[in-house]
Design a protein. Structure first.
Lengths: 111, 115
């Protein structure tokens, strides 16, 4: 079983749509959680950290459910520029910088 | 501030040859990480340096891979001898600290193809 599981998609949505991605992680001791964005043939870039209380950054909302070991990302009012692969990333503990990546979910926003 | 840089951007080598990848972290970042993504799989951790010391090398696949960070600045990752399954994109990342508050910044990657 993978440590971080995501639905690879692709998710094809029209501009303006709301889309949600989900992710589950296997290690209940995991300390911190992130969503990264990766454009085609580019490096991953941090989109947002995910906190238990939930957090919002503009059109993006991230949620963490520790009991279910589940992380989500909601994108409202999708833009063409949101087309990318979204990576769910988990970090084990403060003693290690090791990031554990999901396989990524591909989003294609169409006009 | 310059970002993480990696060299070369692409490398095509034959099975059995040696390749050395280089990573220059962001200036002042003591923590340097190597990751790789093989075709169709997720990005996987290889190792973590703090300055010149290996903090965690649990992700190194086998002894054909050798990472160094002499002087605590740039790092190299050597693959010798290369095998077909080593093909993929090798990413380097750096961070100022390793606590939970510190973001890892990724370089553009080196795309390695072993034929």
């Amino acid at each position: 079983r993978k440590e971080v599981e995501q639905d690879p998609g692709p998710f094809n949505v029209p501009e303006g749509a709301t889309v949600a991605f989900n992710c589950t992680y296997s290690n209940s001791a995991s300390q911190s959680f992130f969503w990264y964005r990766q454009d085609c043939r580019k490096e991953p870039k941090l989109l947002m950290s995910v906190y238990s209380s939930g957090n919002e950054d503009g059109r993006f909302t991230a949620q963490l459910n520790r009991a279910s070991q589940y992380i989500s990302l909601l994108i409202r009012d999708s833009k063409l520029s949101d087309s990318a692969t979204y990576l769910c990333v988990v970090r084990g503990s403060s003693n290690t910088g090791k990031l554990i990546f999901g396989q990524g979910t591909t989003l294609q926003v169409k006009p | 501030e310059a970002g993480v840089t990696q060299f070369p951007s692409h490398s095509v080598i034959e099975k059995g040859q040696t390749v050395t990848l280089r990573c220059d972290p962001i200036s002042g970042h003591d923590n340097l990480y190597w990751y790789r993504r093989v075709m169709g799989k997720e990005i996987k951790f290889l190792l973590h340096f703090v300055k010149e010391s290996k903090q965690d090398e649990s992700g190194m696949p086998n002894n054909r891979f050798l990472a160094e960070r002499t002087g605590g600045t740039y790092s190299t990752l050597k693959v010798q001898p290369a095998e077909l399954e080593d093909s993929g994109v090798y990413f380097c990342a750096s961070s100022r600290g390793q606590g939970l508050a510190y973001e890892q910044y990724f370089g553009p990657g080196t795309r390695l193809t072993v034929t």
